[in-house]
Design a protein around this ligand. Structure first.
Ligand code: ADE
Length: 226
C-alpha cells in the first residue's frame, strides 16, 4: 500500500509517521508513506500557497492552483483509490472506514490549513472527506496521522499478533475488556482470579461479559447500533 500526503507544514507529519508501528510497517515494506510539501508548487519567489477569501472574512484559504498541480503530478504515476480531504465537515471517522481503506492500494491525503482549501478543489478532485471528530484543529496534519495509524495497523503482518487488531475495541461493535499484566498482586489489588486459572473457555466468557458490561456503562449507543 502507498499513501501520499500533501501538506503546507510537512514537518508536523515527520515524527508521528517515523516511529513505532508506522516505522516498522514502512521498514517491512507493508506501506510506503510519502509527504509532499505544497510550497513546491507555490506561486512566485515567495512560493505563495494561500490568499484572502473572496467576500471578505478572517483567515486565509489555500489557493487551487498549487494543489491542482501537485495532485495532477502525483496522479500521473498512479491511480488513487481515494483522494481524501481531512476536514471538520467530513464524515466522522469510524473503524469501518479504516477497515475499508486498509484494503486499498493507493491513497492521497490532502491536509488543509488556515480557513481551508478553495472549494473548487473539493469539487474537482476530492472523493472522500473525513473528520476525526466534532472539534476544529489548526490543520489536517494531525487528523491525517490518526487516519494513517488506524489504517496501517490493519494491514496483515503489521501488528505482530495478527488477531490483535481484530480484537480491538469497535471491531465487533464492543469496547475491549479490561487487561492486566504482572504482578498478580499490585499494591494490594489482585488480578481477577479467572485470568490466572488457565481455563481458556472461562477466560473467553469472562472477557465477553466484561466487554458487554463496559460497553453498556460507557458507550450504550454502540449496543443500540448493534
Ligand atoms: N482539520 C481541522 N479540524 C479537523 C478535524 N476535526 N478533522 C479532520 N480535519 C480537520
Amino acid at each position: 500500500m502507498r499513501i501520499d500526503i500533501i501538506s503546507a507544514v510537512p514537518a508536523l507529519l515527520e515524527s508521528p509517521l517515523s516511529h513505532s508501528i508506522l516505522k516498522r510497517a514502512q521498514n517491512k515494506g507493508s506501506v510506503s508513506l510519502h509527504v509532499h510539501d505544497l510550497r513546491e508548487y507555490g506561486k512566485g519567489n515567495y512560493r505563495q500557497i494561500d490568499d484572502t477569501q473572496y467576500g471578505g472574512g478572517a483567515g486565509m484559504v489555500i489557493m487551487p492552483e498549487p494543489l491542482a498541480k501537485m495532485i495532477d503530478k502525483l496522479s500521473e504515476s498512479r491511480t488513487y483509490d481515494e483522494i481524501i480531504f481531512l476536514t471538520p465537515d467530513g464524515e466522522t471517522l469510524k473503524q469501518n472506514t479504516s477497515n475499508q481503506l486498509s484494503l486499498t492500494q493507493n491513497l492521497l491525503l490532502v491536509c488543509g490549513h488556515y480557513k481551508g482549501i478553495d472549494e473548487r478543489i473539493r469539487q474537482k478532485y476530492i472523493t472522500k472527506e473525513i473528520s476525526i471528530g466534532d472539534y476544529v484543529l489548526t490543520g489536517g496534519e494531525l487528523p491525517a496521522c490518526i487516519l494513517i495509524d488506524s489504517i496501517v495497523r490493519l494491514i496483515p503482518g503489521v501488528i505482530n499478533d495478527e488477531t490483535s487488531a481484530l480484537s480491538d475495541s469497535f471491531q465487533d461493535g464492543l469496547l475491549s475488556p479490561p487487561a492486566y499484566t504482572r504482578p498478580q498482586n499490585w499494591r494490594g489489588m489482585e488480578v481477577p482470579e479467572v485470568l490466572t486459572s488457565g481455563n481458556f473457555k472461562q477466560i473467553e466468557n469472562w472477557r465477553t461479559d466484561q466487554a458487554q458490561e463496559r460497553t453498556k456503562s460507557k458507550r450504550p449507543d454502540l449496543l443500540e447500533k448493534k
